[in-house]
Design a protein around this ligand. Structure first.
Ligand SMILES: [Fe+2]
Ligand SMILES: [Fe+2]
Length: 271
């Protein structure tokens, strides 16, 4: 197959690729192509390829609604494997989410740094997915061996016409939630002596701060361009697109590193 010649065509190629490992491999290769074009001062065109409403997915895992997921004890070996499988599923969705934001809003003029950031984030998510697949395979399992949550693309569909809504919900709510829960997962796998998983989760934890930071950076940029107050706009968008409120405890330190101040998220806690 010939190499796509615009960034949005690369995004659409990844989004319409079903197999997870292939999605990850293409993502890393396209990220290198984009970065080389930027370093050589000959950036690829963004283009105008339209992304699918939902990305292609492998035939396994079977997607189930959260209430139909098998219950496993979190501390047991089977529970840890299920947790790893769930995180791998999140990472694969994250690869698609970052390519989707590149292609879906390509008609809105943005500085080149916007594309640099999401290409880099997509490439890091591809690596997270690969690392977790390696961990599962080292345990004689694989991505696809267990059912996975359906509905993870809901936030993307809901915000398909709303770049500010997408930035508010995906990096600034969902990926920020990852910062809150990852330290506890690292402790759980450390206690179980699973060194390969601990190493993978530490890479993920460090890099996810950057993804949340890209979200708040571009959210603030877009609000500033419209001369509207980012905090009020954020509260309105989260109440509109994210049902159920935010759940403490929050990782206030890492959220601060990522440019998310407490007055953005505390008022969104349901009491
Ligand atoms: Fe990730
Ligand atoms: Fe991420």
């Amino acid at each position: 197959m010939s190499q796509p010649d615009t960034l949005s065509a690369m995004a659409v190629d990844v989004l319409t690729t079903a197999d997870g490992r292939t999605k990850a491999r293409k993502t890393k290769a396209y990220a290198k192509t984009w970065q080389a074009s930027r370093e050589g001062n000959t950036p690829l065109a963004i283009g105008a390829s339209a992304p699918p409403l939902t990305p292609a997915r492998p035939s396994a895992p079977e997607l189930r609604s959260p209430r139909d997921m098998p219950k496993r004890k979190p501390g047991s070996p089977a529970g840890r494997q299920a947790m790893l499988h769930a995180i791998a599923h999140i990472e694969l969705n994250a690869v698609d989410l970052h390519w989707d934001i590149i292609a879906r809003y390509a008609h809105i003029p943005m500085p080149m740094g916007f594309y640099d950031d999401w290409v880099r984030a997509a490439s890091e998510e591809a690596n997270h997915f690969d690392l977790l697949c390696d961990c599962l395979e080292a345990m004689d399992s694989h991505y696809g061996a267990l059912p996975a949550h359906a509905g993870m693309w809901r936030a993307a569909e809901d915000t398909a016409d709303d770049l500010l809504g997408r930035l508010a919900i995906v990096p600034m709510v969902l990926e920020a939630r990852g910062l809150d829960v990852t330290p506890g997962m690292i402790t759980l796998f450390e206690k179980a002596g699973e060194a390969q998983t601990v190493a993978a989760l530490k890479i993920i934890y460090a890099e996810e701060v950057g993804h949340v930071a890209y979200g708040s950076k571009w959210f603030n940029f877009c609000c500033g361009r419209e001369n509207i107050d980012p905090k009020d706009v954020f509260h309105g968008l989260v109440r509109r697109y994210f049902k159920g409120g935010l759940k403490p405890p929050f990782n206030e330190e890492k959220r601060a590193d990522a440019g998310l101040p407490p007055d953005f998220y505390w008022p969104l806690v349901d009491d």
